[in-house]
Design a protein around this ligand. Sequence first.
Ligand code: NAI
Length: 338
Amino acid sequence: MFSRAAVRSLTASRAFSTSSRRETKVAVLGAGGGIGQPLSLLLKSDPLVSSLSLYDIRGAPGVAADVSHVDTASEVKGYAADQLDAALEGAKVVVIPAGVPRKPGMTRDDLFNTNASIVRDLAAAVGRAAPDACILIISNPVNSTVPIVAETLKKAGVYDPRKVFGVTTLDVVRAAKFVGEITDKNPTDTVITVVGGHSGPTIVPILSQTANAKGVSGEVYSKVVHRIQYGGDEVVKAKDGAGSATLSMAYAGAKFANSVLRGLNGEKGVVTPTFVKSPLFEDKGVEYFSSNVELGPNGVEKIHPIGQLTAEEEKLLEACIPELKKNIEKGKAFVSQA
Ligand code: NAI
């Protein structure tokens, strides 16, 4: 699960004295849920996490008691509904999978009414109790919840655009797996940059920039692009009303958190797609965009341009931009009208 670089960084950190080792507290808000539970377990096994703080309005102390028996060095503590600020105190990374998931027939935007206020209130708490933390937002619709977090932090006067991330890693994970399947390659050798946002037409996979994927064309290409954009629906349908992706999302969330932690620890060259405040399409009124981002000691270190696209990819991008703009504006309006 952890890259060779992560293991190397662990080995290196063990060579230092305990006092020079970076202590990193990670908080999970929504830790009792379908994503929150396996995500907490995976974070417990990440050597870069020294302390794990699990919060939910229901059930977090139980999850914490369970996960705390795993034989890794980190400490785990669970917090009840009225202990949010205590859960956040000292956290360097806050992961948010709190909120309702989709049922069959729903789009991510259908979740807006419920999740917008949950995410806003949690962001306000982070602004109060852990204003320097990197915030990793999993709760959907990500295209709107990221601007909601940013606007809430702005209101509190503690917004740092380098530290607010929408987690789009599941799209990257799916792209590698689905394209690996059709090209008969190992997904780890089929890493595909996915840009744009995190919902249907805003998900833009760039197959042309990956050696093992650029030969995919015609109907096979159209089908796999559609599968990457709507892969979440396969899971929602198969779960038949019991929710959306939880296990693959927990895997993707832990993978992204590990990248952020490696960046915070000063590791160089940690680059992955994530949905952040971005200059790339600001001229088109799109303030937030996912592209390859280099992570560093302060969060976002450098936003990479999307590079050369094929005509088909340009078309995908054209479809993405207006939808993304709408989703972002909806998130911003929610906070400004409150
Ligand atoms: P779930 O319903 O199983 O768990 C959500 C948890 O959030 C519950 O334990 C609930 O008690 C908790 N919660 C609700 N309000 C809260 C609050 N104010 N503070 C703290 N905790 C609170 O849902 P699941 O399946 O874990 O999904 C969570 C979110 O993640 C959904 O919005 C879903 O759409 C999203 N998601 C995002 C993906 C991505 O790629 N970014 C992929 C899959 C799901």
